[in-house]
Design a protein around this ligand. Structure first.
Ligand code: HEM
Length: 122
């Protein structure tokens, strides 16, 4: 008998044979049990202690967790800092759909218009 686990969806004892088991982090991230109103953009979810262990897992978890985790977070932070401090930007398609197959992505590639702020902030 397999049991549902909040962080993995389904966990089975060793004697249960499954051909394949696919886990999708995106589905865990949209679980309202851990992330109330999951469609809402709400950065306050990450304040204080943040989400419970194994519920926010963009880099996986455990011994095979992504070893590029810290590097990727730093690179994204530096990129975002430079974009938001040096440029204003606006979405060109306001109703662009996001599809999950299984990674969420904007269907048209999220075209944006960038314009430089008058004063460059460094
Ligand atoms: C936003 C960027 C990235 C995301 C979201 C990401 C996500 C992931 C995820 C979900 C896994 C599987 C973890 C698991 O099985 O529990 C993984 C594995 C891995 N990632 Fe990343 N990753 C990113 C960037 C990078 C970078 C920059 C590097 C190297 C410089 C890297 C190297 C690896 C390697 C080598 C593995 C395999 C680890 C193993 O199987 O033991 N990743 N990554």
């Amino acid at each position: 008998m397999c049991t549902k686990q909040p962080w993995f969806g389904l966990v089975c004892p060793r004697n249960v044979q499954l051909d394949e088991l696919h886990w999708i982090a995106h589905i865990t991230h949209k679980n309202p049990q851990h992330f109330p109103n999951p469609e809402k953009f709400d950065p306050t979810r990450f304040e204080g202690n943040g989400p419970a262990p194994y519920t926010f897992v963009p880099f996986g978890a455990g011994p095979r967790m992504c070893p590029g985790n810290e590097y990727a977070r730093l690179a994204i932070l530096v990129f975002m800092h430079n974009v938001v401090t040096n440029f204003g930007w606006e979405k060109l398609l306001h109703n662009e759909k996001i599809v999950s197959d299984p990674i969420p992505r904007p269907t048209q590639g999220l075209p944006i218009r960038l314009y430089r702020h008058h004063k460059i902030i460094t």
